[in-house]
Design a protein around this ligand. Sequence first.
Ligand code: E4P
Length: 217
Amino acid sequence: MKFFVDSADIKEIRELNGLGLVDGVTTNPSLIMKSGGQMRDVIKEICGVVKSPVSAEVTATDYEGMVRQAGILGGIADNIAIKVPSTLDGFRACKALREQGRMVNVTLCFSATQALLAAKAGATFISPFIGRIDDMAEDGMAMVAEIRKIYDNYGFETQVLASSIRTVNHVKQAALLGADVATIPPATIRALSRHPLTDKGLEAFLADWEKTGQTID
Ligand code: E4P
């Protein structure tokens, strides 16, 4: 499973990249707002650090506008994946952008049928928003399972990019279901490594080691 960082915070991205935990980055207009920077500068800076796919989202809602903005965003770096929404114009733009050879991430996916349309449009990634469905007291992970099944039924190559991840359990469940990628907030990536028994065990080992009076180096 690939890990994308769901953030536009360059400091966090640099740090996690240094740990070898970054296979890509996803941004959206809200994350750009939180970064406080100009979108083009922020995306360019991220692409200076991460050479794998970096998603940048169009804000136009019509086909022509999406394709025009994709040209601008795609010009920032070679590893940009253009994010378009799960709408009829978005699917149309996805098809056109794929024909131009661009990577496309179809975002704001809340149903398996939207994911089916994205795959038929040749999307590189489909982003089902798990957390936002859970927020509605529904089951976001069930949607991921449906998408996985449909894609496997027909051999679609679109990668399932589990999105709107809020918890370590979301990451685990998405991995069990065979999501190709998870885009994860930095704090949740770090939380994946934590276990109280690891801390307790390490503490005990170090205490016993000190009692031996030995050193390794
Ligand atoms: C990813 O591409 C999405 O923009 C992101 O995962 C949305 O997450 P949120 O629902 O926590 O805002």
